[in-house]
Design a binder for this molecule. Structure first.
Ligand SMILES: [Zn+2]
Length: 286
């Protein structure tokens, strides 16, 4: 994402992907297009009357159970986090995201296709009327729920770290870091897929969730092992959690200069931390 005093970036051309939404099961087409500097990143529901717009920032976050949903003026878009992570990590500041349904397609459960599509069309710089202020975290900021937490620590550069601990032997304890200035998102983080647990699938389906989930777009494990190996990384689950964190934190409009460390956290805690940072006026929305 853009740094102070630099131009903002958008896509050099548009691209399109289609697929099934994880929770809705709806077939959806997404067309990601260049946008002007003042527009930031926004969704536009082409299937609804008057094509309502939804800015991708903290003011529109409505629901954070299992995925991140944006809602405003009577419309919503669900499961935005993988596409937003791909845009942010690829340094796309402004994009018009046309969508003809209620949920971003899950594709293969990762951000790989989004990142590859962005790399294929390339980026272009656009002049901004006013440069973005730097988003520097100057004191530790923590949010927690039970033994889960997310902390933003002052740091010389942006860095994300994630830790998980699941009572499934296939996962157990896993840690992963990503430093945008030093490590490639496309190869290290973007390919990590969504994961779930066989013993929770029926319960989630009955709750009207994961209608579009399958062994083709999510890693699933039972109490013994993975049902659909091979994994893309030995610690693919925690890399996916880091991908989700990057997408949720990007709702601030750019990455803060901080080390953001999440442990056993969730979309709800990721967004709560972003809101804390914004409320303390260390950062402001795009
Ligand atoms: Zn995810």
């Amino acid at each position: 994402m853009g740094k102070q005093g630099q131009c903002l970036q958008t896509l050099a051309a548009g691209f399109e992907r289609a697929g099934v939404g994880l929770h809705s099961g709806a077939d959806v087409t997404v067309r990601v297009q260049p946008a002007a500097a003042a527009e930031g990143r926004y969704f536009i529901r082409l299937d609804q009357p008057d094509a309502p717009r939804l800015r991708a920032n903290l003011t529109t976050v409505a629901e954070t159970q299992l995925s991140t949903e944006l809602a405003a003026s009577g419309t919503q878009v669900r499961t935005v986090e993988h596409l937003l992570a791909a845009l942010a990590a690829s340094r796309v500041d402004c994009a018009r995201i046309e969508i003809d349904g209620p949920e971003v397609p899950l594709l293969d459960g990762s951000a790989r296709e989004w990142v590859e599509a962005i790399a294929t069309v390339g980026l272009t710089e656009i002049a901004a009327a006013a440069p973005n202020p730097p988003l520097v975290v100057t004191e530790p900021v923590t949010v927690q729920a039970g033994d889960a937490f997310v902390i933003a620590m002052p740091a010389p550069e942006t860095r994300f770290t994630y830790g998980i601990d699941f009572p499934y032997p296939a996962i157990g304890k896993q840690w992963q870091s990503w430093t945008p200035a030093q490590e490639d998102f496309a190869t290290n983080i973007a390919p990590a897929r969504t994961f779930g647990f066989a013993d929770q699938i029926e319960q989630l389906r009955q709750a009207g969730l994961i209608a579009g989930g399958s062994l083709d777009n999510a890693l699933v494990c039972d109490e013994h092992d993975w049902l659909n190996p091979p994994l893309r990384f030995a610690n693919e689950p925690v890399r996916h959690k880091l991908l989700d964190l990057v997408g949720d934190i990007s709702l601030l409009g750019r990455f803060p200069q901080a080390h953001i460390l999440a442990y056993k956290a969730s979309h709800r805690l990721h967004v709560q931390l972003a809101r804390e940072l914004q409320a303390r006026e260390m950062v402001r929305s795009c």
